[in-house]
Design a protein around this ligand. Sequence first.
Ligand SMILES: Cc1cc2nc3c(=O)[nH]c(=O)nc-3n(C[C@H](O)[C@H](O)[C@H](O)COP(=O)(O)OP(=O)(O)OC[C@H]3O[C@@H](n4cnc5c(N)ncnc54)[C@H](O)[C@@H]3O)c2cc1C
Length: 541
Amino acid sequence: MTTTHYDTPVLIAGGGPVGMSLALDLNHMGTACLVAEQDAGTALVLLAKAGTLNERTMEYCRRWGLVDKVAEVFPPDLARDTVYCTALDGHVLGRSVIPSANKRGTPMVGPEMLRRCPQHLFDPILANAAIASEHATVRYGLRFDSFTQDADGVTSLLTDTVTGEQVTVRSQYLVGCDGAGSQVRKTLGVEFELITQMDFSLSAMIKFDDAELYKYIPECERMMFIGAEGTWANMTAVDGHGLWRFTVVGNEEALDPATFDINPIVRRALGDTGIQYEVLRLVPWRRAQMLAKSYALGRVVLAGDTVHTTSPTGGHGVNTGIGDATDASWMLSALVAGWGGQGLLDAYTAERRPVGWRNFGNSTQNYKVWVGAGMTNVVAEGPKGDAARKNIGNMLTVGLHQEWFSQGIGMGYRYEGSPIIVPDGTPEPADEPSNYQPTARPGHRAPHAWLADGRSLLDLFGKGFVLLNFGAAVADVQALTAAAAAAGVPLTVEAIDQPEIAGQYGQVLVLVRPDGQVAWRAATAPADAKHLFDVVRGATA
Ligand SMILES: Cc1cc2nc3c(=O)[nH]c(=O)nc-3n(C[C@H](O)[C@H](O)[C@H](O)COP(=O)(O)OP(=O)(O)OC[C@H]3O[C@@H](n4cnc5c(N)ncnc54)[C@H](O)[C@@H]3O)c2cc1C
C-alpha cells in the first residue's frame, strides 16, 4: 500500500462550517493550513441544520469578504415571525413578531445584521472561499484516523476514502473540527461532560408552495404546533423559496427513518387545508447538551460541535463554533509564527469553554419553554379553551422572546478571568441574552463605530494586535511598540480623533487582539510594557 505524506503548520480534521471558518481565519492571518474532510465534497446531502447566522458570525463573514454571498441567499423582505397555533387552519395562540432583514436593518451596535442562511447553502460559501484562498488547502475524501504528538509536533494518520491509500501528515498543531462524534477528541482522551439528553428528534425537509401556506398563516418563518401534550411539531422556512424543515419529537425506535411515516403528523399540522407537499429527506438527530472537559491538550485543539452540542432552540450551535474558530485562529497563528507563548492554548479553554456552557444553557432554557406544562386545555371548546389559548400564547411569546432576540448571546460574551486578558478593575456588566450593551472593558468584543472614512472600526482588526489611540493628541506609545517588536508581536497603532468613539472606549489607549476582543486599556502606557505583551501573548508562567 502506498503512503503519501504532507507537512503543514496546522492540520484541520473536518471541513464542516467550523473547520472551514478556521481555515478562512488562518488564511486571513497568513497562516497555512490543510483541511482534511472525509466526505467527497461539501453539502452533498440536504442538511436539516443551522439556519441563523448571528451578528458576530456576520462580522467574521465581513472579514472574509463573504457578506454579499450570504445576504443573497434568503429573501430580505420575508417576515421572520413565529406563530403558535394548533394547526395551519386551527387556533392561532400568539405571534412573536420578528422583522425581516429589510425591516431589521443594520444594528446601531455593529456593521452587520443577523442573517438567515441555511447550512446547506452556507457551508459551500465557506468551502469555496477556503478552496480559493491563498494559504488554505482543502482535501476531500480524506478521513482522519489517529495521531500521536510529541514535543515538536503532531503526526496524524489519515485514509484516502477513494483509493484506501494511507496518508500521514506532520503538523505543528492539529485541530479537531470533526463534529460531535470527533475522532480527534476521542484519540485525545477528552470526554464529554455535562451530558443532558433532552429528546430524540427527526427533521423532514419538505417542499411546499409558500403561497398556499401563507393563505392560512401569512408573514411567518416558523410555526409551532401546540396540543394538549405541548409542542408536538414545528416547521421553519429553510431557504424562503418553499423548502421547510418539519421537526417532530419522539424516541429513537419510533423515529427510525426506515420505518417512520411522517405523513400523518404533517397532515395533522396542515389540518383540512388539503395542501400538497413533497418530503425530500428525513434526518434523525439527538437533542443533547454536552461540553468537553478541555478544549486543548498539548498541540491538539478542539472546536465547534467537537466540544459542545446544544439544543438548536436559539440557533447558537454553529455561531458558538465559529467563535471558537476565530479565537483558536489567532492563537495558532501566533504559535506558528513564534510570538505566541505556551499559555495560549490553556487560555483558549479558559475563554471558550464558559461561552459553550453559557450558550447551551440558554438554548436549554428555551427548549423548556417549548415543552412547558399547562397546555391541557389548548383545544378545549368555549371560554375555558379561549382563556387557555390566550394564556399559552402569552406564555410562549414572552418566554421565547430571548430565543428570537439574542443579540446579547451573540455579541455580549466576555472572557472574564482569562489569563491573557488584563482586567481594569471595572465591574462586570450584566450578561443579558436579548440585550447587548457595547463596552470596551477588557475581555469583551471591541465595540463597533463608523470611522470618518466610512469603515467600521472592526475593519481594523484581524491580522495582528491593534493599539487604538483616542484623542487629538497622539500618546507616547513608543514603549508599547518597542515591547511588541521585541516580542515579535505584530502591532499597528491607530490614532482616532473622534470624541464619540473615544467616549465609548473609555480610555486613551485600548489594545485589541486579532479576534476583535479587548485585551487591555488604560489612560497611559504601563510602566512595564514588556510584561503587558507577555501576558496578552500567553508568555507568562
Ligand atoms: C435541527 C438543527 C438545527 C440547527 N440550527 C442551528 C442554527 O439555527 N444556528 C446554529 O448556529 N446552529 C444550529 N444547529 C447546529 C449546527 O448545525 C452545528 O452546530 C454545526 O453543524 C457544527 O459545525 P461543526 O463544523 O462543528 O461540525 P459538523 O457540522 O458536524 O462538521 C464536522 C465535519 O467533519 C467531518 N468529519 C467527521 N469525522 C471526520 C474524520 N474522521 N475525518 C475527516 N472529516 C471528518 C464531517 O464529515 C463534517 O463535514 C442546528 C442543528 C440541528 C441538528
